[in-house]
Design a protein around this ligand. Structure first.
Ligand SMILES: Nc1nc2c(c(=O)[nH]1)N[C@H]1C(S)=C(S)[C@@H](COP(=O)(O)OP(=O)(O)OC[C@H]3O[C@@H](n4cnc5c(=O)[nH]c(N)nc54)[C@H](O)[C@@H]3O)O[C@H]1N2
Ligand SMILES: Nc1nc2c(c(=O)[nH]1)N[C@H]1C(S)=C(S)[C@@H](COP(=O)(O)OP(=O)(O)OC[C@H]3O[C@@H](n4cnc5c(=O)[nH]c(N)nc54)[C@H](O)[C@@H]3O)O[C@H]1N2
Ligand code: SF4
Ligand SMILES: [Mo]
Length: 730
């Protein structure tokens, strides 16, 4: 047996931890953290260590599949699948126009980022704007809030240099997405608090992150806008803000001050149900700190009024002047992204909605893209412009889009559904073609994806000039016919006679670090992954070859200082956006007691689990721990009041649906909330042989029709529900 160990990167989530892969006879058999990689302290999580199980999973698809008669699938050669899909797309495009062809890209491309840019190039070439993504059911307010407030060219002061930090509805220790540097966030938080950083965490659950907080506010879910307005009220009232910074860089202070006037500590404490003294302590800790930012994540994003929560968080950063100042080291200096000169100056706000309407719900294409919440209805609604073809790129709509029954009906109505995935997922069961890609250890990759997170939202990524490249460390399984999402779509473009252009964008909306670079692709042959990586790294600050010379990754010595405001630069940040001020006024008009429906006395909230990445991992024995469903977690006092105990089967009911789940006591939760991980379950209209597996499909409780007016994100947390012992077994 030939065994060796190769350095690589896990790409199962956005931390991209450096790993060591033990390879035996061409198969990965073991993954550990890489102790030689600086800045990650040898960290991995169970999902990373399960990479061999994921790659060698007997349920993995190794051939393309095509729907035969009824629900059966037949193996189809990948080239034949491209021929057939291209012919259908060409026919539907000619008959119904570009708008009939759509894509939805999910989190799968995290593992393998080159597919999505090729897919976007394909959609540009056919002139369809119907490129939906998970971003608009994730944190679309990262984009809408920046459009309304503006942004800061040099970025937010970093976590590592801060003496205070506020995290609203994020759990970076587990999720590694927002709120703390992604290189081993648990250790970064520990070090920061040990050196004296005072962290404020706002979360109805006492999370792994909240356990390190100086102040943990455990509010009623859905009250973040009022809470943040209350904190702004206290800072203005007590003069704990940077008046000089505000005068020099922002407009709308008086409008904001007037809008938060009614959010007194007493009002907010009652409305959010938090102790008033803790609210004051949170505000004063943040205001008296010298450096540090506020970051939001899925908690406030999912819980209605998300634009307002994110907007007020940006206002807090601006009020306290927490943006990187002239002369400081650049917070995110770019390594595999292009060099740029960060400046201590605002980017101006820009329009949050476009003039391009969707056909349904009065939604528009907006700063967060085309709204995924409209896609099911865009498929279901007959008439001109109806979506008839969907490419699903590494996503699992049946378990991730709100309103599972509607999603299934929409997928069934499609004339062509092509699912790019490596397993027969809940969504792939509805496909006409399932196209399996090679998995992460079988393809090369770089850490550039994590760097580019700074373009979506504030202070996301590593905040150190870290970069790594990995070659493929194992071959694809023998006898397989796997094809990258991008290569398949490139093959369609070739067959349709399209010219594709690769685009390297450098920011969000009109706020960019420089012009995008567009590079026409040679359509005579399919580019391999290393060529695409080289294209993505054209203009990188550090040459790709240099990064390749450090197989364990490297922290570069990049001394880039924030430069002064450019002469004549007049852009200002906006603290008083009229739409946001009106929304805040309307919320306050609801009074100090939020409306409640006595028939739905609990609130369902979102959470992430360490062993799964959304719908990925539940069916891997290495990760499941025998559990194939998501438990409904509640405080033990709530369980006692309901006469329930651990393991009991319950029905959770919302206004629009119900699901079955097993109960788990979790005293880290605030009373009155039910916390459930999403991504579990099975299709309603197909079912599953294993009844336990059909439990806990939380999207059945969510209503597409209760949605944000701009981004369209439906209410996915703080959802009113009831909980009752299930009358029957699953
Ligand atoms: N109720 C509820 N709904 C939610 C959420 C919630 O918390 N609660 N969260 C929302 C959020 S934040 C998000 S981002 C979305 C996620 O929504 P989706 O992205 O639609 O769902 P995932 O389960 O992440 O699906 C990712 C798919 O990619 C596949 N995959 C993995 N690696 C690869 C690869 O290399 N190539 C390809 N082609 N495929 C791959 C996986 O097998 C999986 O099926 O869900 C949203 N929906
Ligand atoms: N292990 C693991 N990592 C992941 C994922 C995964 O599934 N598993 N998914 C990835 C994806 S797609 C994403 S988008 C990120 C998400 O990353 P995070 O946003 O950090 O996700 P969570 O860990 O669920 O943290 C959200 C927190 O919000 C709280 N919350 C719920 N409702 C409210 C509310 O109304 N207000 C406030 N203030 N808090 C509330 C919840 O209790 C929860 O602790 O994680 C990514 N990383
Ligand atoms: S945190 Fe886990 S899943 Fe994410 S990159 Fe690191 S090892 Fe992989
Ligand atoms: Mo997400």
């Amino acid at each position: 047996m030939a065994t060796h160990t190769a350095p690589s990167m896990c790409r199962n989530c956005l931390a991209y931890c450096p790993i060591l892969v033990t390879v035996e006879d061409g198969r990965a058999i073991k993954v550990t953290g890489d102790p030689e990689a600086p800045a990650f302290d040898g960290y991995t999580c169970p999902k990373g260590r399960a990479l061999p199980a994921q790659h060698n999973d007997p349920q993995r698809l190794l051939q393309c599949l095509k729907r035969g008669d009824g629900d059966a699938f037949d193996v189809v050669d990948s080239a034949a699948a491209m021929d057939q899909v291209a012919a259908t797309v060409r026919r539907i495009l000619a008959a119904h126009g570009p708008r009939s062809i759509a894509m939805y890209s999910g989190t799968g491309p995290v593992s393998h980022p080159a597919g999505a840019p090729i897919a976007r190039a394909f959609f540009r070439a056919i002139q369809s704007r119907m490129t939906f993504s998970a971003a608009s059911i994730d944190k679309p307010a990262e984009y809408t809030s920046v459009a309304m407030h503006g942004n800061w060219h040099a970025g937010l002061q970093t976590f590592e240099t801060s003496d205070t930090w506020m995290i609203v509805g994020a759990n970076p220790v587990i999720a590694k997405s927002n709120g703390a540097p992604l290189n081993n966030p648990g250790v970064r938080l520990k070090q920061a608090t040990e050196r004296g950083m005072k962290m404020i965490v706002i979360d109805p659950r006492r999370t792994e992150t909240a356990k390190r907080a100086h102040v943990h506010l455990q509010p009623r879910p859905g009250q973040d806008p009022v809470l943040l307005a209350g904190i702004i009220h206290i800072l203005i009232d007590e003069g704990l803000y940077d008046a000089g910074f505000v005068r020099a860089n922002a407009e709308g202070f008086e409008a904001l001050k007037a809008s938060v006037a009614g959010c007194t500590p007493a009002f907010v404490a009652q409305r959010a149900d938090v102790p008033q003294d803790r609210l004051l302590e949170a505000a004063r800790t943040f205001g008296r700190g010298r450096r540090g930012g506020v970051v939001c994540s899925t908690g406030p994003s999912f819980s209605t009024h998300s634009n307002l929560s994110y907007y007020l968080a940006l206002c807090l950063n601006t009020l306290c002047g927490r943006w990187a100042r002239e002369g400081e080291p650049a917070p995110f200096p770019n390594v595999l992204l292009p060099a740029f000169t960060p400046r201590a100056q605002p980017y101006a706000p820009y329009p949050v909605a476009s003039d391009r309407p969707m056909r349904v719900h009065g939604l528009m294409e907006n700063a967060s893209g085309v709204p995924t919440a409209a896609l099911a209805d865009e498929i279901l609604l007959d008439g001109e412009g109806q979506v008839k073809v969907l490419f699903c790129l590494g996503g699992n709509p049946v378990l991730s889009w709100p309103d599972q029954a509607k999603t299934e009906a929409a997928l069934r109505k499609l004339e062509l559904l092509v699912v790019f995935d490596y397993k027969m997922t809940a969504t792939a069961q509805f496909a006409h073609y399932v196209i399996p890609p090679p998995l992460s250890l079988e393809v090369p990759g770089t850490s550039q994806k994590v760097e580019s997170l700074k373009y979506s939202g504030v202070s996301r990524g590593y905040a150190i000039p870290w970069a790594q490249y990995t070659p493929a460390v194992v071959p694809v399984p023998p006898g397989s016919d796997l094809i990258d999402d991008g290569a398949f779509i490139f093959g369609l473009a070739q067959r349709m006679g399209l010219q594709l252009d690769w685009v390297n964008a450098r920011g969000q909306g009109p706020n960019t670090e420089g012009p995008a670079r567009t590079m026409p692709l040679d359509m005579s042959r399919t580019p391999d992954n290393d060529e695409l990586i080289a294209l993505a790294c054209t203009d990188s600050r550090i040459a790709l070859e240099e990064v390749k010379a450090h197989p364990h990754g490297h922290v570069y010595d990049i001394d880039v200082r924030v430069q002064p405001r450019e002469p004549g630069h007049t852009a200002m940040l906006q603290l008083g956006n009229p739409m946001m001020m009106d929304e805040l006024a309307a919320l306050q008009a609801d009074g100090a007691e939020p409306a409640a429906d006595p028939a739905l006395p609990f609130q369902l909230v979102c959470r992430r689990a360490n062993n799964t990445m959304n719908s990925v991992g539940q069916t891997l024995p290495a990760l499941g721990g025998g559990k194939v469903h998501a438990p409904a977690c509640m405080h033990s006092r709530d369980l006692a009041a309901l006469g329930l105990k651990d393991g009991d089967l319950v029905t959770v009911r919302s206004r629009c649906g119900h699901m079955l789940a097993r109960i788990e006591a979790d005293d880290n939760l605030r009373q009155g909330v039910v916390s459930v991980v999403h991504g579990f379950g099975a299709p309603i209209s197909i079912g599953t042989a294993d009844p336990e597996r059909s439990l806990g499909s939380v999207t059945r409780l969510l209503d597409m029709d209760e949605r944000d007016p701009i981004s369209g994100i439906p209410r996915m947390s703080a959802v009113p529900v009831s909980v009752q012992a299930a009358a029957h077994a699953a």
